[in-house]
Every structure is written in C-alpha cells, then in structure tokens.
Design a protein around this ligand. Structure first.
Ligand SMILES: Nc1nc2c(c(=O)[nH]1)N[C@H]1C(S)=C(S)[C@@H](COP(=O)(O)OP(=O)(O)OC[C@H]3O[C@@H](n4cnc5c(=O)[nH]c(N)nc54)[C@H](O)[C@@H]3O)O[C@H]1N2
Ligand SMILES: Nc1nc2c(c(=O)[nH]1)N[C@H]1C(S)=C(S)[C@@H](COP(=O)(O)OP(=O)(O)OC[C@H]3O[C@@H](n4cnc5c(=O)[nH]c(N)nc54)[C@H](O)[C@@H]3O)O[C@H]1N2
Ligand SMILES: [Mo]
Length: 780
C-alpha cells in the first residue's frame, strides 16, 4: 500500500489560532472580532458563538471559542459593507459570475435594497417602502400556501417564535428549514424510537463514558470545541472509535487552545484509538453486523430490553435473515474486524454514540439512525450516566428553531397551543419542506419566497434549477447579514433586508435585549451581542418580523407584534405559555449562569412513543443498498461503453464507478466560503476530488490529474461536475469525496431519505473520467 502524506500536527493548537487570526485580519475585523471572541460563550452578558451547536463547556474561565467560531465571528464582524455604493459598481448579472468566496467577502449587508430590473442593480429602498411592497405582494396571492418561508438555524429563539407565528397567522405551514437538509433523519427516527428527536446525553456524560463511537462526523473541522471533551475522555481511559470512510487527520491528535501551558510546551493529546473505514453508505451494514454478533452471543442487556423496549423480536428475526456476506459487502469491513468492535461494545459499561452528516445525508439516513439507536437499546445505554445518543447539530440554533415551532409538519398539540394562546386560527394542513418547496418553486405554484437567513438555492440540491425558478416569482425577500448567490436571481419584486448579527448589541426603546438559543444537548442559554451594529440602519430579525406582520396582517391581528420586538420578555412569556418545557422561561433563564436543560423524558426512561416503550426499528432498505446502486450503474455504464463508437476501451469500465460524498473544510461555514485551505486534508484549493492513492494506481491515474465527475439523474439527464483535481486521501476503496456546496448541481431533488426527506448529499453514485493528465499540483 502506498504511503499517504499525513497531517503531522495536532488538531487545534497554533496552526488553528494562526489560521483564524489571519482570517480576522483578512476581514479587517481584528478589533471588532477580537472583542467579540472574548465575549463568546461566556456566562453573563456574552453571546452564544454562532459557529456551531456544541454546548458551552462549564469549566471555562477565559475564552471558549475555537478556530471555527473565530472565523464565523470574523465574517460577521467585518467592517466592509455591501451597501448601495457597492451595488452601484456591480450589476446583478456581473455578481452572478462571482464565486462564493468573493460574495462572502463583499461585506456586511447594511441597508435595505430592492432589485431594479431596468438597471440590473440593487438600489436602496426605505424600510417602509419595502414592507409596503411585501404586504401588497403577499396579500395578492390566491392562497397563503403560495408563499414559502425558509429559516436557517442561526436565528435565535425569540425571533424564530415570532416568525413561525407570523407565518401561521398569515395562513400557511410552509416553513421549510435547514434541518430538512441536515439532522432531520435524526429528529424523525429518535422521535419514533425514544419519543423525543433530540440528544439524550448532556456534556457531563462525556466525562463518564467508557466508549465513544463517532459516526460520520468530523469534529476537528466542524465542532472543534468537542475535541477538548474527546481528548479529556480519552485521557480518562475512554476508548474512542471513529466510523468514517475518511481517516480525518484532525482526529488523531489534539492541542488544547484553552490551556496556554499545553500550547507553549507543544504538548498534544491522543484522541481516536481506531478508525473503521466503512464504505460510503455502509453504516447500516456495519451496525447490523455488530447487532448480529451481540444478539447471537447473548451479550445484550436482556433486563432493559424486556422492561423498557418494544419490537425486539422483529429486529432479531430481521438480524438473523441478514447474511455475513451481505454485511461485509455492505460496509467493506471484515467479519473479524466487526466482531472485535462488537466485543468492545459488549464490554463497555457506558457507551455514547455521536453522529453527524455522514449518517443522516443518505437515502438510508433514517435506517442509519435507527440502527445506532437499536445498538444503544440492545445494550441498555439510554437513561444511565455516561451513555446515550448524541447527534451533533450544526447551526448554533437549528435545534431551538424547531422547538420554537419552525416546522412544516407541526404537531397538532403545537397548533392547538398557539390557537389557545393567541386566539387566532392556525392552518391545519402540513406545509412544504425544502425539497417539496424547491419543486413547487420550479412548478410555479410558489409565488413568494421569504427567507430568514440561509442560502436556500446553494445549500439545496439542484441549485441552478432553483435559482432559475426564483426569477419567476412575484416576490423574494431575504432577511440576511451577508450577500449570497440565492439573492442574485431576482423575482419580479426582490428585497434584501439587512439584519443585526449575533455579535451586535440589540438596543430597543425598552433597553438592551438578550435572546436565547438551544444547543445540541437541549440546554437553553442566553445570548447577548456586545458590538455596536455596523450600520444604524440595521434592524433586528424580531423587528423585521414584527414590521412584516404589522403590514401584512394589518388590523386583523390583535397580537402585540411591536411590543414583542422591543421587549423579548414578552416573547418569552408567550413561549412559556405555548411551548412545552418553557414554563417560567424568564425566571429560569435568569436564575442559572448557563440557562437550563429542557426536560428529556428518555433520560429518565420515560418513553413518549406510540408503544409507551423504547422502540426497536427494522431498516427499510437492504443493507447492500449502495453496493447494489453501484452494480447497477456499472452495468448501465458497460452498456454505454459497448454502444459508444468513440469510446476509449483500454480501461476496465467497472473501475470507474464510484460513490461520492461531500464534506466541509475549516475555511467555510456551509455556503460561506472564508478561504481555500484545508490543512488537515493538505490542500489549498476546493476544486479537488479526494481518492486513495492505491485506487489511483489501480486506474493508472495520478494526483494532479483532472477528472470529470458525472451521473445520470432520476430523469436520465446527465449531470457533470468538474474538472476536479485528483488529490490523495486515506479514504475507503470505491469512495471519493469533494467539497460542498460546489457539487450541489450534481445532486437532484429525488434522492432522499423517505420520511425525513433529507437529500442524499453524502452518497452519490458517479462515473469518473480523466480528461487531463497531471499538470496541476494538488496540494499546498
Ligand atoms: N468549519 C465548519 N464548521 C461547521 C460547518 C461548516 O461548514 N464549517 N457546518 C455546520 C453544520 S450546519 C453542520 S450540519 C455540521 C456538520 O458537521 P459534520 O457532520 O462533521 O459534517 P461533514 O463535514 O459534512 O461530514 C462529516 C463526515 O462524514 C463522513 N462521511 C461521509 N460519508 C459517510 C458515510 O457514508 N458514513 C460515515 N460513517 N461517514 C461518512 C465524512 O468523511 C466527514 O468526515 O458542522 C457545523 N460546523
Ligand atoms: N452537498 C451538500 N449539501 C449540503 C450539505 C452537505 O453536507 N453537502 N449540508 C446541508 C446542511 S447540514 C445545511 S445546515 C445546509 C445549510 O444551509 P443554509 O443554512 O441555508 O446555509 P448557510 O450557508 O449556513 O447560510 C448562510 C447565509 O446565512 C445568512 N446569515 C448568516 N448569519 C445570519 C444571521 O445571524 N441572521 C440572518 N438572518 N441571516 C444570517 C447570510 O446571508 C449567509 O450568506 O446546507 C446543506 N447542504
Ligand atoms: Mo447543518
């Protein structure tokens, strides 16, 4: 096997600090950004870092932030402005040619803008005129269901609650949000199996765990503050196993930026004991192998299964039907290796399973979550210290937004509560999620698109088709901090409404306000920006929602929108009345330094499920699903080669079918591209295709070669990405990877998990074609 260059430094540590400080400099945000960093995740009067949803560490006295957080803060605190003067220089057509990186660096949006088609430019507009336009357009719709209201997970609880209330008072449940593309399979499946679709662990559990299994997650890049917890657990003797097609270099060693002595002495902590390089989409098969061995050898917790669960017999029957050959074929891991891992699971008195997008973003996303939960249930690992389910969410308040009612499929109990509290009828029909919303846009049945943050078209599959569809609407409205590509495909009326960021002071006639968020472990914490807003013209998201509601709903609404937007205590009092678990919200959020934990019944072995027990679930798809997809594509491809007169047939076509996954770097936050570096993966460009060097040799290809990636979509249309530069990576055979979001035109809207409908971003069967031989060096 050829040696793969490895990233020899520990994760975090000096390179991370240098990289992030450089980012503050790049953004000319040094002073504003540095002040903000000091206030991030601090108990009193600080703001919750918008970088990710990992909880605050209680022990921190000084700075609790990481590379990721610093970059997100730098992006928000930059002093450059994308104002009317900026747009006077650039037409929208010209801006369409800009990259995500260039748009991200254009500056903070700082005044309300409307698109003028005659000049092909964004021009300044007054807030009042913007609201009048929104009201006119929304009131003209034949039905409220012709409008789509998207939310991205940065939005804090108070404005999120107001937003869903406004949308429902307007008359629709069309409330897709970024969860639809992210952890929705988790929410759906954990809800079914445990009664609540959220993590059962709290941070302290990581201190007592004896085995942590990290499924499809890359914390060094995406949740760097989690590394400290992992390193600490490892030091205490906890085994840590990563299940990932890629050997993510950032997971092997860790240098703690919170400990100056650690940094100065060049110390580092080991973290992961082993990486199981499962095939893309192979987690179900691996987990099936584990469960097969554990049940067959009676290494399960029978008491727990008997007293607390339902559905065991069906699972056991199904497990017996799965052959070891299919298990091995499905995950690419040998039976012997799976048994070794099963023994670790059997011997561990306290196991935590964490997971990220490598688990959820598949057609089998729900099956993956079901099998992780099944494993925890087989071992009785819910409701004891040091154990449980730990989905790790991305956006800092994506979980809270859902709790606040941003949901296209609301529970009846939520609608009933809202009707009771606000004495206003709520729409009963379920609304559109991200995928259905995008399709409706394309069909022309959505005539108004309103987004509370985010970059809908670019984050979703089928980017170009969505952008195209947005040009046919009557109204598009973007409440946002930064310019992005979704805003560059204007409808007949098109508005950008700039809002305050998380780091900025929110002053109203009632004084300074703080908001709240809910982290990935159900802790509700306060967040309060400290910086002066970059422009006096900015409004808070809550104010913008209140103003839209006042204009759109008019005198029909008896809800005190304006009072809510100026005094968040009023919003919190309504939340306390309408949302379960928020009783005495205002008192409780002030009583403890770091807020409060929302009651999670499964932690107490109370199961709010249909059966009243924790529920085993049998996967819906065959465990060889991906292998079968690849075999089918290979056979289609072979026919194609045979039929093609011009084909160059000196290579075995079978070798060219691959499974593609998409990942993030530390120089981006989702679609916001801060830079091109990924030091853990040793590249300084984003147009790369990661492949194992042994696989390159097998094909006679080399690093630096240019490759086209293509696939037939569900409508038999050919989609092509590239050329991408072949780059070496320790990644499973058959697997290749590239960066999100640049690959999103390769992905269509029809390939998704069945119930949660999360797109299969992490698992796309593709054909590779080399078009140019090795002229471009691939790494830094
Ligand atoms: N720096 C930075 N931080 C972020 C973000 C960002 O863009 N940049 N985004 C935020 C958001 S919204 C989210 S949701 C989180 C995402 O955080 P993560 O869940 O860590 O996200 P990804 O980088 O998309 O992918 C995670 C891992 O899944 C692996 N993987 C791919 N396919 C499979 C598979 O089939 N099986 C298994 N087991 N693993 C697989 C990939 O190799 C990768 O290591 O991060 C948040 N934090
Ligand atoms: N191929 C592929 N596609 C993916 C993924 C993947 O792994 N692979 N991941 C998916 C996931 S997990 C997610 S969460 C989605 C992300 O989807 P989104 O949440 O829609 O995307 P972001 O890039 O986070 O949104 C960035 C924009 O949010 C706005 N913004 C930033 N801060 C604020 C704020 O405080 N308030 C307001 N109002 N606006 C703000 C800015 O205008 C910025 O341009 O992408 C999904 N798409
Ligand atoms: Mo996400």
């Amino acid at each position: 096997m050829r040696k793969i260059p490895v990233y020899a430094h520990p994760a975090a540590g000096w390179p991370a600090l240098i990289s992030s400080t450089r980012k503050l400099m790049d953004y000319k945000a040094f002073l504003r950004g540095s002040i903000s960093v000091l206030h991030s995740n601090q108990p009193k009067g600080g703001f919750d870092c918008p970088g990710c949803a990992w909880p605050d560490h209680k022990s921190h006295k000084a700075i609790d932030v990481c590379e990721n957080g610093i970059k997100v803060i730098a992006s928000e605190t930059m002093s450059t402005r994308a104002d009317a003067a900026f747009f006077a220089k650039h037409t929208v057509t010209a801006l369409q040619g800009w990259s995500g990186y260039e748009l991200e660096h254009s500056g903070r949006l700082s005044e309300p803008l409307y698109y003028d088609a005659a000049q092909d430019r964004y021009l300044a507009i007054s807030w009042e005129d913007a609201y009048v336009c929104i009201a006119e357009q929304l009131q003209q719709l034949d039905s409220p269901d012709e409008a789509l209201f998207y939310t991205s997970g940065r939005v804090t609880n108070e404005p999120a609650f107001m937003f869903q209330l406004f949308v429902r008072c307007f008359g629709t449940n069309n409330l897709p949000d970024c969860s639809n593309m992210c952890h929705e399979p988790t929410s759906v499946m954990l809800g079914k199996q445990l009664g609540v679709g959220k993590a059962t662990v709290v941070l302290e559990d990581f201190e007592q765990a004896k085995l942590i299994m990290l499924f499809g997650q890359n914390p060094a890049t995406n949740h760097p503050r989690m590394l400290e917890m992992l390193a600490h657990a490892h030091k205490q003797g906890c085994r840590i196993i990563a299940i990932n097609p890629m050997r993510e270099q950032g997971l092997s060693k860790f240098r703690n930026p919170q400990k100056p002595t650690h940094m100065a002495a060049g110390q580092s902590d080991e973290m992961v004991d082993e990486v199981i390089q499962v095939q893309i989409g192979g987690d179900v098969a691996l987990l099936t192998g584990l469960a097969k061995w554990l049940t067959k050898n009676d290494r399960i917790n029978s008491d727990f299964i008997e007293n607390q669960t339902s559905g065991y017999d069906a699972l056991d029957t199904w497990l017996r039907q799965q052959s070891w050959t299919d298990v091995e074929r499905g995950c690419g891991i040998s039976k012997a290796e799976i048994i070794n891992l099963a023994k670790l699971v059997a011997d561990s008195p306290a196991t935590i399973c964490t997971w990220g997008m490598g688990i959820t973003q598949h057609v089998q996303g729900e099956d993956n979550v079901a099998m992780i939960t099944n494993l925890l249930l087989l071992m009785g690992m819910i409701g004891i210290d040091g154990a449980g389910a730990s989905p790790v969410r991305g956006h800092s308040n994506v979980q809270g937004d859902r709790t606040m009612g941003i949901h296209e499929r609301p529970k009846q109990s939520l609608l009933d509560s809202l009707e009771r509290v606000f004495k206003h009828p709520m729409p009963q029909e379920h609304g559109l999620d991200v995928i259905a919303g995008a399709k409706a846009l394309m069909q022309g049945t959505i005539k108004a698109f309103i987004s509370m943050g985010g970059n809908y078209a670019v984050a979703a599959p089928d980017k170009s088709a969505i952008q195209n569809a947005l040009t046919d609407t009557q109204l598009n409205v973007f409440v946002a901090t930064k310019l992005n590509e979704t805003m560059l495909y204007p409808g007949k009326n098109n508005l950008i409404l700039p809002c305050l960021g998380r780091t900025e002071r929110l002053m109203t006639v009632k004084g300074e306000q703080f908001a709240t968020i809910e982290d990935s472990m159900c802790q509700v914490v306060p967040t309060q920006g400290r910086l002066e807003p970059i422009s006096e013209t900015l409004k808070s998201e809550a104010q913008i929602v209140a103003d839209m509601a006042t204009h759109v709903l008019g005198s029909e609404s008896s809800i005190p929108w304006q009072a809510m937007s100026t005094d968040f205590d009023i919003v919190r009092d309504y939340i306390a009345e309408a949302i379960d678990g928020f009783e005495n919200f205002n008192q409780r959020i002030r009583a403890a330094e770091r807020g409060f934990h929302l009651y999670h019944p499964a932690r107490h072995r109370v199961w709010n499920t249909d059966s009243g027990k924790a529920q085993f679930e049998v996967p819906q798809y065959p465990i060889t699903y991906v292998a079968a997809q690849m075999a089918q594509t290979t056979s289609t491809y072979q026919h194609h080669i045979k039929d093609s007169k011009n084909s160059n047939n000196n290579q075995n076509p079978e070798q060219k079918v691959w499974q593609l996954t998409s990942v993030r770097s530390h120089d981006q936050f989702n679609t916001m591209i801060f830079g091109f570096q990924d030091r853990y993966r040793q590249t300084d460009r984003r147009d790369v295709l990661f492949m194992h060097p042994d696989e390159m040799s097998r094909l006679g290809w080399q690093k630096g070669d240019q490759v086209l990636v293509s696939r037939q979509d569900s409508k038999d249309q050919q989609r092509t990405l590239g050329p991408l530069i072949l780059t070496e990576m320790d990644i499973a055979a058959n697997a290749v990877a590239t960066y999100y979001p640049e690959c999103n035109d390769l992905i269509d809207l029809d390939s998704h998990a069945p119930d949660s409908r999360t797109p299969a971003y992490k698992s796309v069967t593709v054909v590779l074609e080399r078009i140019h031989q090795g002229s471009i060096a691939s790494s830094a």
